[in-house]
Structure formats: structure tokens, C-alpha cells
Design a protein around this ligand. Structure first.
Ligand code: HBI
Ligand code: FE
Length: 282
């Protein structure tokens, strides 16, 4: 998800969305330009992820054998359901938190149906089909990550409109969207926000500019983020089991506890941060 708080009006056509915000994908809606943009994005990004995406992501891509052309979400939904119990639901674009969390908790991943315009190839405010399908869906085939995302969704159900929403938004941002993971082959990306973006995939792994801090749930929940620029801080997992295990605690007690601690600016380090130092350079 990108542009969670963009003030610009939403792009999609919500007129035919159901109460759960799902729509039909209607393959006839795509123009020749949409098809051309899609194929250009897939060709370009496929090259970049080979070097920088984690094994689990690449394994997901290989298993899906997604076409070069715009995918049929219903076909992939059935395919993924057989493996990790996740389904894909077509949505017009951004949907309200409550609806988003209820889908995730039920192992339904919302995928925007529209394709970005040619002039948006490198930057997009809202999630489009490429961000969601190319960036998020491969990880749904990894059993541990799939369990994490469902457990995360369940946390959202109980957060209602309390302090939890903001904390969960940060957790989503710094893991599902912009998460990094340490591997024997060096630092790799698993976040959809970077893996669907040409520039940020390379930047998040190779640039000396951003901070890279070992993942810590409390630290992430205190960390603000910007939606309109590269991240100033990335959080690094030792493995996905760590992320799943982090869900196994009382989040309401955690939210209450965090009220006493100040938020952290995106580019700031705080005492207690364990900095990630590359064990070897990929
Ligand atoms: N809706 N379609 C869509 N995709 C998202 O990623 C998304 C959303 N609504 C809310 C949202 N993400 C964020 O607020 C999450 O942090 C919950
Ligand atoms: Fe996203």
C-alpha cells in the first residue's frame, strides 16, 4: 500500500464495489496502453529483482509463472489458495482500514485492478495492479509470511479505530511494504513497495545513505514514515519466523505501553538501535 494518507482523490472506480469493496476485474477494461505499460514494468522489474529479492520472493515468482501480460486475478487466486490458503480479491484501489484488515484476517489479499499511466512508470502514489500483484502476491506463496500477514490482519480487526491503527500502519509499512531480510547471500528485499519499484529496490540494498536497523517490533511501531520519498530507515529481519513470532503477544498492552514513548522521526536513530552491518557484501 502506498499513499495511505494522500489527499488526492482516489483513482479507482468505486461505483460498482460491493460492501466489502470488491469488484469484478473485467479484463476488457484494459487499454492497449495498459497492456504495454504492464509488459514494460514486468520486463524491467524482473531483471532488477533477480539480484536483490529474497529467495522466498523469487521462489514465489517462479511458482506463479505469471504471464508477461496482465494477469487474471481469479486464476491466480485459485492457484494460491491451494498452497497457503490465501485468495486474491479485486478492488478499485485503496479501501478503508476496517475492510482491508477484515480481508487480510480472512486470507484475502486486496489487489487494485487499474494499471498506472506511462508517465507514472517510476512513481505512483496509490497501489495499482502492478504494485499489488507483482510486489505483494509472490510473498503470499511463502507459508511463514502468509501466516504472518493473516495474523497481522487479525490484529487489525481488534484495533478498530483505537491507537492500534497507526501502530499497525507503521508495522505494515516497514515490513510488508519496505522490509529487508539478512541472508547467507547478503541483504535482500521482501517489501512490495521496493520490489515493485525500480529505483528503491537498488537504493534499499546498495545505498550507504539510509539507516538499516535490526527489526524490533516496538521500535517499528514508534517509527514515523514518509510516503513520498525513499525510506530513511529500513528494518532488517534475521528470518520470517521472527516476524511471525512478533505477532504472538498482547498488542493492546503494547499500544498502551508505547503511549509513554515518543515517536521517532524517519531518519533518526535512537539509543538501543542495533545497526545492521552487512556480514559480507553481496
Ligand atoms: N487498501 N487496497 C488497499 N491496499 C492497501 O495496501 C491498503 C488499503 N487500505 C488501508 C491500508 N492499506 C493501510 O492503512 C494499512 O496500513 C492498513
Ligand atoms: Fe502495498
Amino acid at each position: 500500500m502506498l499513499g495511505a494518507h494522500s489527499a488526492t482523490p482516489l483513482r479507482g472506480d468505486y461505483s460498482r464495489a460491493g460492501p466489502d469493496y470488491t469488484v469484478d476485474q473485467d479484463l476488457a477494461q484494459y487499454s492497449a496502453t495498459d497492456h504495454a505499460v504492464w509488459q514494460q514494468l514486468v520486463t524491467r522489474q524482473t531483471k532488477i529483482i533477480k539480484r536483490h529479492a529474497c529467495t522466498e520472493f523469487l521462489q514465489g515468482v517462479a511458482t506463479m509463472q505469471a504471464p508477461q501480460d496482465i494477469p487474471r486475478l481469479d486464476q491466480f487466486s485459485d492457484f494460491i489458495f491451494q498452497r497457503t490458503g490465501w485468495r486474491l480479491v479485486a478492488v478499485p484501489g485503496f479501501i478503508p482500514d476496517a475492510s482491508f484488515f477484515s480481508h487480510l484476517a480472512a486470507r484475502r489479499f486486496p489487489v487494485s485492478v487499474w494499471v498506472r499511466r506511462p508517465e507514472e512508470m517510476d512513481y505512483l502514489v496509490e497501489p495499482d495492479l502492478f504494485h499489488d500483484f507483482f510486489g505483494h502476491v509472490p510473498m503470499l506463496l511463502d507459508p511463514v509470511f502468509a501466516d504472518y500477514l493473516a495474523a497481522y490482519g487479525a490484529k487489525g480487526l481488534t484495533a478498530a479505530d483505537g491507537p492500534g491503527l497507526g501502530r499497525l500502519g507503521r508495522l505494515y509499512w516497514y515490513t510488508v511494504e519496505f522490509g529487508l531480510i539478512d541472508t547467507d547471500a547478503g541483504l535482500k528485499a521482501y517489501g512490495a513497495g521496493m520490489l515493485s519499484s525500480k529505483a528503491e529496490t537498488v537504493y534499499s540494498i546498495t545505498s550507504p545513505k539510509p539507516h538499516r536497523v535490526w527489526f524490533d517490533l516496538r521500535r517499528v511501531m514508534r517509527s514515523e514514515y514518509r510516503i513520498d520519498d525513499f525510506q530513511k530507515t529500513y528494518f532488517v529481519l534475521p528470518d520470517f519466523a521472527t516476524l511471525f513470532a512478533a505477532m504472538d503477544r498482547d498488542f493492546d498492552a503494547l499500544y498502551a505501553d508505547l503511549e509513554q514513548e515518543p515517536d521517532i522521526d524517519p531518519g533518526t536513530l535512537v539509543p538501543g538501535d542495533r545497526l545492521y552491518a552487512a556480514r559480507h557484501h553481496a
